[in-house]
Design a protein around this ligand. Structure first.
Ligand code: ADP
Ligand code: MG
Length: 617
């Protein structure tokens, strides 16, 4: 047997790092500013714990473009490096000085906000630079060092006469990356990645004031203390709103409310989520939730980290514990990430519950703007569904709001079917179903308005989770058939009369579309009512909205019931009519009226109907 060590030569690995380490070349700037920030935070930490007597002051990081020299400078006033440290930290690829620091100062540095991790960030500089220089002077009393490398594994290291503490990184921008010498490009990157980093970043100057009072001031890119890093008790509603606009400068709408996230066990996570006013056009969502790690922007693709139904929200999440250098599919199976998603779901549910209990009127006023998210959450997250009962609302067509329990309570005495199930009557469109709603209200029933696109799925879910509860749209059947009454009327017509009337009707009403159903209803009820069975319609809607395709998309025939009220005067008059031509035309007329009520009279039929009625005037 032989054993040995696989030999990796730097010559082979180096070009790979340059090419494949990061898919986005632009992140080099984020990495170098992260290092400058780390260097500053480390110095801060050392002064705080008394390990050095140097004055911390108020250090900044400066980014400078030298267009002529084709150079980009990143200058910090952090702890710097000695010559030995350059050899240790820079010359060893994949050795992280940040990790070493955190290891060394374990407990005290836990919350220092140090960013670095893998010891690879610095080398991202070679993605855009043909040559990189480091000029650095340590806070320790040692001469400055000057390191130079042109992207081959060879470097030079010599003394430098730099006097002030800190590090200057000089990138000689490569010919294929000259865009990074454009002020607008660098500004864009700084705003994108560094807007909330904890050490002030200067990029050029700008003028402030008017006329004689004009002064040149440092142009500071970032807000080092963004709202999410503070305690909720330190923030007012106004602060939360202001931060929303700081995050999305192009957004002029106010958010509806916010949720402050803050945990440190079993994972670290802070952030603020906002419920925006959702426009009907959900596609139009440019402002997304932004993910940060220690105040460094990472991505606005939070898929897998934030539960899907909450990706419609806005805001920030900051967690150093999300493994991001791994594939998305791995991310979804990562235990920590699962816990984060569950935590967010729970916090959102808790917040909604407290908003509901603290100010119900306000919550009701916002309901229409938030319901899509909540309904979608009930469908997709069992944990959210469990909690949703406490605050999800069911508005009536008259603008009363019930929770499901309240609705059950309000309707339990009046609205049950013959099997003892509670029947929730709902409408999906107040105008289109107006006559059916009016009929149900006449009988003293509550009608709920459920008009989201996913309603059929939601209803299915609610029925399966609640015993003895069924939903029926107001036009699913005649209300007298949907809901059992103690005093159901008896038919004025005899059985024979009913059968013969039915036969007559079936000769006029097209069989392939309508099933004629003879019913003894109240004499005041309409003589003809067209209904569409709940089950059929719901299955159709569900397959149309991508719910299942159980029966093969859209293969449902358009079938309706024609309910004929045998107690209506019209029914009696049909029976006694001896003029068959007149009788049949009356049946057609009544059928058209029923169709009109259900919105089924259209096109040519509608035109003929109108013409006929005018001619009879
Ligand atoms: P990481 O940040 O993950 O530790 P990097 O490759 O980004 O890895 O940097 C390697 C190391 O080089 C850092 O950990 C740090 O010790 C040192 N370093 C890089 N930039 C600076 C800087 N501006 N000031 C001081 N030290 C630095
Ligand atoms: Mg780094």
């Amino acid at each position: 047997m032989t054993s040995g060590k696989i030999n990796v030569t730097v010559e082979n690995i180096f070009p790979l790092i340059k090419k494949f380490l990061y898919s986005d070349h632009e992140i080099f700037l984020r990495e170098l500013i992260s290092n400058a920030t780390d260097a500053t935070l480390k110095l801060k930490h050392l002064t705080t714990i008394g390990e050095t007597a140097v004055e911390y002051g108020s250090p900044i990081i400066e980014v400078k473009i030298d267009k002529e020299g084709k150079k980009l400078h990143i200058i910090d006033q952090g702890l710097g490096m000695t010559r030995e440290e350059v050899e240790k930290y820079i010359n060893q690829v994949a050795f992280s000085g940040a990790e070493e620091f955190l290891e060394k100062y374990k407990d005290s540095a836990k919350d220092s906000g140090i960013i670095g991790h893998f010891g690879l960030g610095f080398y991202s500089a070679f993605m855009v630079a043909s040559k990189v220089e480091i000029i650095t002077k340590s806070y320790k009393d040692e001469p400055a060092a000057h390191w130079t490398c042109d992207g081959s594994p060879e470097y030079t290291l010599e003394a430098s006469d730099k006097q002030d503490r800190g590090t200057e990184i000089i990138l000689h921008i490569a010919e294929d990356s000259l865009e990074f010498l454009e002020e607008s490009k660098i500004n864009e990157l700084l705003v994108k990645y560094n807007k909330f980093m904890p050490v002030a970043i200067k990029f050029g100057t700008r003028t402030e004031g008017e006329g004689d009072d004009q002064v040149e001031v440092d142009n500071i890119i970032n807000n080092p203390n963004p709202a999410w890093t503070k305690q909720p008790s330190e923030l007012t509603d106004e602060d939360y709103k202001n931060f929303y606009h700081e995050l999305y400068p192009m957004q002029f709408e106010e958010p509806l409310f916010n949720i402050h996230l803050n945990v440190d066990y079993p994972f670290n996570l802070t952030g603020i989520l906002y419920f925006p006013k959702l426009s009907a056009d959900l596609q139009m969502q440019k402002d997304k939730i932004q993910l940060y790690q220690n105040q460094v922007f990472v991505t606005d693709n939070v898929e897998g980290i934030v539960p899907e139904f909450l990706t419609m929200l806005k805001g920030v999440i900051d967690s150093p514990d999300i493994p991001l250098n791994v594939s998305r599919s791995y991310l979804q199976s990562d235990g920590n990430v699962k816990k984060i998603a569950n935590y967010i779901t729970r916090k959102v549910a808790d917040k909604l519950k407290s908003l509901f209990t603290e100010n119900r009127a306000d919550f009701e006023a916002k309901w229409n703007d938030i319901k899509i998210v909540l309904e979608y959450g009930m469908l997709s997250e069992p944990k959210f569904f469990e909690k949703a009962g406490a605050f999800v609302l069911y508005p009536t067509v008259d603008g009363k709001y019930f929770t499901l329990e309240e609705l059950k309570e309000a309707t339990k005495d009046k609205q049950t079917d013959k099997n003892g199930n509670l029947v929730v009557l709902y409408a999906s469109n107040k105008d289109a179903q107006h006559s059916y709603i009016a009929a149900a209200k006449d009988k003293g029933y509550e009608v709920i308005l459920m008009d989201s696109p996913i309603v059929s799925h939601l209803i299915q879910k609610l029925e399966s989770e609640n015993e003895k509860l069924t939903f029926a749209r107001v036009d699913a059947d005649h209300v007298n058939n949907l809901i059992k009454k103690d005093d159901n009327p008896i038919s004025k017509l005899s059985e024979e009369e009913t059968t013969s009337l039915k036969e007559v009707l079936e000769t006029v009403v097209p069989k392939e579309k309508y099933t004629v159903q003879m019913e003894a209803l109240d004499s005041t009820d309409e003589p003809f009512v067209i209904t569409q069975p709940e089950f059929m319609r719901r299955m159709k809607e569900m397959s149309a909205s991508g719910g299942g395709g159980m029966f093969g998309m859209g293969n449902f025939p358009e079938m309706y019931n024609l309910i004929v009220n045998t107690n209506s005067e019209f029914a009696t008059s049909l029976l006694s009519n001896t003029d068959t031509a007149k009788r049949d035309s009356n049946i057609k007329q009544a059928l058209d009226l029923a169709k009109l009520s259900q919105g089924l009279l259209k096109g040519e039929e509608l035109t003929a109907f109108v013409k006929r009625n005018f001619s009879q005037m």
